[in-house]
Ligand binder design. Structure first.
Ligand code: MMA
Ligand code: CA
Length: 228
């Protein structure tokens, strides 16, 4: 009786219960131990089979996920490359500047023949829907250096606001000094101080100079899209 209660309480599979009932008549504690160990072993076996199946299923899901993520990344790259191609096409074929302006990539530049103080130069650029030029990379610097042709020519950089801190007037950002753009020994704030930057007339790069001097100037604005 003791043996069969234990068997019911164990709640194992039907065939195990039948096996137990069959043996109920001659139940000894040694036999019971053996039966219970067999049942536990079977259950462990079942659990481990279920776990194994689940591991395999998880691995398949992971594989599927990885391959989908890879496919997604490849597709994104293709889209990005396509967009770049479109932009490049637009930049080379469909971006235009008005007469008298020169284009480099997505911007137009006006190099004046008339001369003005730095402040008046800025006003003249603004009147032309632009601003005194902000130079952002070497290619642009080289392009403008060549266009200045050794004439003293203002750009949109000054340290009027704070001595020694050069800011681009167009957007107020601080110029991260590019050593190679400056003429040797500049900026030197010579005399009673020099706050405005220009391509020097010596054709050797940028120099700081008095903002009251009258020079040529360079304006910059976005090129516009002309889709034919
Ligand atoms: C020199 C040199 C510059 C300075 C100008 C002012 C010709 O260059 O000292 O740094 O800005 O003079 O005219
Ligand atoms: Ca100087």
């Amino acid at each position: 009786m003791e043996c069969s209660r234990m068997a019911v309480a164990s709640r194992f599979r039907v065939h195990a219960t039948i096996l137990l009932l069959a043996m109920a008549g001659r139940c000894s504690s040694q036999q019971m131990d053996h039966i219970q160990l067999t049942l536990i072993a079977n259950s462990m076996d079942n659990i481990s089979r279920v776990l194994q199946a689940q591991t395999v299923a998880s691995e398949r899901v992971m594989e599927k996920f990885t391959s989908m993520a890879t496919a997604q990344a490849v597709a994104s790259e293709k889209v990005a490359a396509g967009i770049m191609k479109i932009f490049t096409l637009m930049a080379t074929d469909h971006l235009v500047c008005e007469g008298g302006w020169r284009r480099l990539r997505t911007f137009c530049y006006f190099i004046s023949k008339d001369t003005s103080t730095w402040q008046d130069s800025r006003q003249k650029c603004i009147a032309l829907n632009s601003d005194l030029v902000k130079i952002t990379h070497d290619e642009e610097y080289d392009f403008l250096y060549r266009l200045a042709k050794g004439h003293a020519t203002y750009i949109g950089l000054s340290d009027q606001q704070q001595e020694g801190t050069y800011r681009w007037v167009a957007d107020g950002t601080i110029h991260q000094s590019v050593e190679s753009w400056w003429q040797k020994g500049e900026p030197n704030s010579a005399g009673s101080g020099e706050d405005c930057i220009h391509f020097s007339s010596r054709g050797q790069g940028l120099n700081d100079i008095s903002c009251d001097r009258e020079f040529r100037y360079i304006c910059k604005k976005l090129a516009h899209l002309a889709l034919a």
